[in-house]
Design a protein around this ligand. Structure first.
Ligand code: HEC
Length: 177
């Protein structure tokens, strides 16, 4: 009888031990999986990082050199334009212009509308100029510089400017005689 009880207890202990081991295994498995996931993510990071760290050293330089070269070219162009701007600003005006034109427009279109950064305005009719100004102001003709500038000006000023610019050609000719 006692033997049977001991055997039963032993069996229960054995079963419990087996169950315990099974649980441990599961836990270990979970840890293993977590470990694997971590490893995999590490691998992914490595895979992504390496091509960036190794390849780009050669490629981006050549890629970057192009924009750098272009940027330099653009800078040179801007410097040239600025130089031209300064030279022209130093030039004696062929004829007088209104304070409004001088203040708002001459920096880009030249003291006498000869054109620098902005296009040449000499020879344009008042209607042409006014149309252009209206189109810039309404946004129909897209140019942020002209749009920003004109948004602060009223209709009367635009008309005055258009009228004045329309006289530039004649004034220039008169000054050259
Ligand atoms: C910061 C520079 C800048 C200033 C200041 C400026 N403009 Fe312009 N303007 C431009 C540029 C750039 C263009 C060319 C835009 C385009 O064609 O899209 C232009 C275009 C024009 C045109 C159209 C010319 C054409 O050939 O179609 C007129 C007219 C004009 N501007 C008048 C003026 C008047 C008037 C003022 C002063 C109130 C003025 N601009 C001030 C840069 C400027």
């Amino acid at each position: 009888m006692i033997r049977h009880i001991i055997a039963a207890i032993a069996t229960i202990l054995a079963l419990w031990a087996m169950f315990f081991m099974y649980r441990l295994d599961q836990e270990a498995d979970r840890f293993g999986q977590i470990h694997k996931i971590i490893e995999e993510t590490k691998m992914e990071v490595k895979i992504e990082k390496h091509p960036e760290a190794v390849q780009p050293i050669e490629e981006p330089e050549s890629i970057q050199q192009a924009p750098n070269g272009e940027a330099k070219k653009k800078e040179d162009e801007i410097q040239k334009q600025l130089k031209a701007l300064k030279e022209r600003a130093g030039n004696v005006m062929a004829f007088k212009v209104s304070p409004l034109y001088k203040q708002k427009c001459s920096s880009c279109h030249g003291v006498n509308g000869e054109g620098i950064i902005g296009p040449r305005l000499i020879g344009k009719s008042p209607d042409e100029v006014l149309q252009a100004l209206h189109d810039f102001k309404s946004g129909k003709r897209k140019n942020y510089v002209m749009y920003g500038l004109l948004s602060k000006m009223n209709e009367q000023q635009l008309e005055d400017l258009a009228k004045e610019i329309g006289t530039f050609e004649q004034k220039l000719k008169a000054s050259q005689q």
